[in-house]
Design a protein around this ligand. Structure first.
Ligand SMILES: [Zn+2]
Length: 308
């Protein structure tokens, strides 16, 4: 949802949980960040300022209290960040602190340990790096012949198509697809990068965030798979290992988690049970909407609003 429209969502008895990924000082790319996964620092500052004028910032811990009957303040909103980008600490955190706004950072622990890019960032990166080439030819498993990408529009629609197809098809291995596209475009496999759109928090950075009273750290699996696509053993590993690393590296036992991708098919009762077994109490989705706490809320099905 566009930044300006987000403010209209604040209302009585409901909580609007905003989903962000990153905040950057500049964004000068042809293809990368086309979906505004990272918004500008100035926009974020204005966004937070406007929300504070209209509503009341609350934390994800407050959500647990609201579900237990505590009164929800008018215009309650929550700020959440997924994946663990370094710019959350260097660019977003100072603005949140300036306005005294709590936030929760859901971290994919292997991204943190090895500064890894997500599969989709690896594909966006390869298309950006090839921006000056007049023609790109890419073979993907769901098309019978290679796609010929010439115009900017065709490349952007390819990036949208990849997201739509891959997030719904458990037979496609996301990492192999990213490897294959990088190779087809003539790149060595690139899985790590230090650009503002790619750099992840270090463990020291996570400790810096965790040290601030305003901020909460939550889990977001170890490798960012779609949790409903996993076997029971894989699911258990992704939750357990993520929470174990947060405990070992940062000393926190979090009760917060967020489902990777978070669409309605990305979690199910088995996923929710496994999270509960690991003492998770609150796990928002990425399905669009605000949460009316005047009727009972399931803290494992909370909706969020993607800020772009
Ligand atoms: Zn994510």
């Amino acid at each position: 949802m566009k930044l300006d429209d987000c403010k209209r969502l604040l209302s009585k008895n409901s909580v609007c949980i905003f989903l962000l990924h990153g905040v950057v000082k500049g964004s000068d790319y042809v293809f990368r960040n086309f979906n505004r996964k990272h918004i500008l620092e100035s926009e974020f500052n204005f966004f937070i300022e406007s929300l504070c004028e209209l509503g009341t910032p609350v934390s994800t811990d407050n959500l647990i209290e609201f579900s237990n009957g505590r009164r929800v303040p008018d215009g309650a909103f929550v700020i959440t960040f997924d994946d663990g980008f370094e710019n959350n600490l260097s660019v977003a955190a100072p603005i949140l602190k300036k306005h005294n706004v709590p936030a929760t950072f859901y971290l994919t622990t292997n991204f943190i340990s090895n500064n890894l890019m997500s599969w989709v960032d690896r594909i966006d990166w390869a298309i950006e790096e090839s921006a000056k080439r007049p023609t790109l030819e890419v073979d993907v498993p769901w098309h019978t012949k290679p796609l010929v990408l010439q115009s900017e529009i065709s490349r952007l629609s390819f990036l949208n198509e990849i997201r739509n197809v891959v997030k719904h098809d458990m037979s496609i291995n996301q990492h192999e697809l990213a490897d294959s596209i990088q190779e087809q475009l003539g790149f060595e496999n690139t899985k790590s990068n230090h650009s503002e759109l790619d750099a992840k928090l270090t463990w020291e950075g996570v400790r810096c965030l965790a040290d601030c009273e305003l901020f909460t750290i939550g889990g977001h699996t170890h490798n960012h798979p779609i949790m409903s696509f996993l076997s029971e053993a894989q699911l258990n590993f992704e939750i357990h290992h993520c929470l174990e690393l947060l405990r070992a590296k940062v000393g926190i036992q979090t009760t917060h988690f967020a489902y990777p991708e978070g669409l309605s098919h990305c979690y199910n009762n088995q996923v929710i049970s496994c999270l509960k077994e690991h003492r998770i109490k609150c796990c928002p989705t990425a399905e669009h909407g605000v949460n009316d706490f005047s009727i009972e809320r399931d803290l494992f099905k909370l909706k969020r609003v993607f800020v772009e």
